[in-house]
Design a protein. Structure first.
Length: 255
């Protein structure tokens, strides 16, 4: 079986001591490609270094994470735009809205997302969305902008059956990670109503490690645990989950 981790911060400081080993462990479990979302100007260098060191396994995106949006967010977006003009990236992301930590800069987050949606359209790239405590706010912007040309992922999807239907209607995919294995994660009530054709797998490492590693550093080697849980909830063979989610990711990220 081969897998694609559609969302992983493998360039994180938490992997500084053993990044190469973590990537080798992942490859040993069939995790052959890892798509890396950017955070802000502080993460670009190490992310691109990771890609350069492991070009067949690690693939970079370019975007501005909503928790890095503040009153000076335009400077960050100029940098994102500049990089998108310099070379090819797999996607614009991760971007979106985060109302979990702080609601102070919601208007700026909304504006930053709209700008990045237009950058995705301009460069004909998928967009990777962060929607923590903000599904409705994010959906409103994407829905208004969708003219058939936008595609992407609602990363770390943990919403309702109704929200899953809205994502599908938009023509977007849902990124499923460690939350699917959590006892009270809620996805046990949602995934049985969702098609494999609408899913990609992710770890969001180093965050959200699946059971039985919950609370520890997450890494791409744990992606098969997510696949097995999805297979269980959809009552499908895990081989089918691996095959279809891999195909979905490759179709989305053309790079």
């Amino acid at each position: 079986m081969t897998f694609i981790d559609s969302h992983a911060h493998i360039y994180s400081e938490q992997f500084k001591q053993d990044r190469d080993e973590a990537l080798a462990r992942a490859m040993g479990e069939g995790v052959e490609k890892i798509y890396m979302p950017n955070i802000d100007h502080t993460s670009i260098e190490v992310m691109l270094e990771t890609e350069a060191r492991h070009p067949n396994q690690c693939i970079a995106m370019m975007g501005l994470h909503p928790t890095s949006v503040n009153k000076d967010f335009e400077k960050e977006l100029y940098l994102v735009e500049e990089w998108l003009g310099k070379r090819k990236f797999a996607a614009v992301g991760e971007c979106g809205i985060d109302l979990y930590w702080d609601k102070t800069f919601l208007p700026q987050q909304q504006e930053a997302l709209k700008v990045q949606v237009e950058l995705a359209r301009k460069h004909q790239l998928p967009i990777v969305l962060h929607t923590r405590d903000s599904f409705d706010e994010t959906y409103e912007i994407i829905s208004a902008a969708q003219d058939g040309s936008l595609k992407g992922v609602f990363h770390c999807f943990s919403g309702t059956v109704e929200q899953a239907a809205k994502v599908k209607q938009l023509g977007f995919l849902m990124g499923i990670g460690g939350v699917a294995t959590f006892k009270n994660g809620g996805l046990d009530k949602v995934l049985p109503h969702v098609s494999l054709d609408d899913l990609v797998l992710e770890t969001d490492c180093p965050y959200l490690a699946p059971v039985p590693h919950r609370g520890k550093r997450n890494e791409p080697v744990y992606l098969p645990l997510v696949a097995r849980r999805v297979a269980e909830l959809l009552q499908k063979p895990v081989e089918e989950v691996a095959e279809i989610t891999t195909r979905n990711a490759l179709n989305l990220f053309k790079l």
